[in-house]
Design a protein. Structure first.
Length: 254
């Protein structure tokens, strides 16, 4: 098995994005142009030495791209509806790093279902490098899915995320421990439909289930399941004092 050229992989994922969402695109179009020789050449290069029956696998990838695009349009529209700062779906597709990370994940996830080695992880690691969002290609993520800001998000291999789920920056869906002996077991949490996970929350463990329609507040740390329609948050205390009468040293909390 050969190691795919990293630069060629990055060129391929960029080419796929440009085919799915070309400059000047009419977002309402149904057909996809350019699913011919250009992409086939890219796939031939990066799949060389990785798999048998390469041409048949490339055919499957090309046939799948329109349905991947349809799902991505739903994701982009969900991000648009979720973010007050977004003004148009084209803005989400062209600019938002969360959308680009979702695109890389959805493409890599399909490749992992074809049992293609190395390449799915290379694609999601490229997304990680580009966006700061780390999604394992074998994670299960429903549709539509929203990532806002996104930097620092980590979604583990066996995580399951339902439909209409929103994630903000710094969210971790991780394992309780790093144990190679548990590689074949479910190690990451399940997030049911219509859940919002706010910035910095950490949810750990394969048995942990966040029930549908729940809201998990910022910086919450969870290792146990939460019932549907729950709201979970930290209650912190902020003290404001008059500095002119404050006698304690100013560096006492550093």
């Amino acid at each position: 098995m050969k190691i795919p050229d990293k630069v060629a992989v990055e060129k391929t994922i960029k080419a796929v994005f440009e085919v799915l969402f070309p400059v000047g695109d009419d977002i309402k179009r149904v057909e996809i142009d350019g699913l011919g020789e250009d992409l086939r050449i890219h796939f031939n290069v990066i799949l060389d030495g990785l798999i048998d029956k390469k041409e048949a696998v490339i055919d499957k990838i090309l046939v799948k791209l329109p349905s991947i695009r349809k799902k991505l349009i739903l994701d982009a529209d969900f991000i648009l509806q979720s973010d007050p700062a977004a003004t148009h779906i084209i803005e989400v597709i062209a600019i938002y790093p969360g959308f680009y990370a979702i695109f890389c994940y959805r493409f890599a996830n399909y490749l992992s279902k074809l049992s293609i080695p190395l390449l799915p992880r290379m694609i999601t690691e490229y997304a990680h490098k580009t966006t700061g969002i780390d999604i394992h290609p074998k994670a299960t993520i429903g549709s539509p899915f929203s990532i806002d800001h996104g930097t620092g998000i980590v979604i583990g291999e066996t995580a399951i995320i339902g439909n209409h789920v929103k994630l903000y920056q710094g969210v971790t869906l991780g394992a309780l421990s790093v144990d190679k002996g548990k590689a074949s077991k479910k190690r990451h949490p399940t997030i049911e439909d219509d859940v919002i996970l706010y910035a910095g929350c950490t949810i750990l463990g394969g048995a942990t289930v966040i029930g549908r329609n729940s809201i998990i507040g910022g910086n919450v740390w969870l290792t146990a399941s939460i019932n549907p329609f729950s709201v979970v948050y930290n209650k912190s205390e902020i003290i404001v004092r008059d500095r002119s009468t404050f006698q304690d040293p100013v560096n006492f909390i550093i």
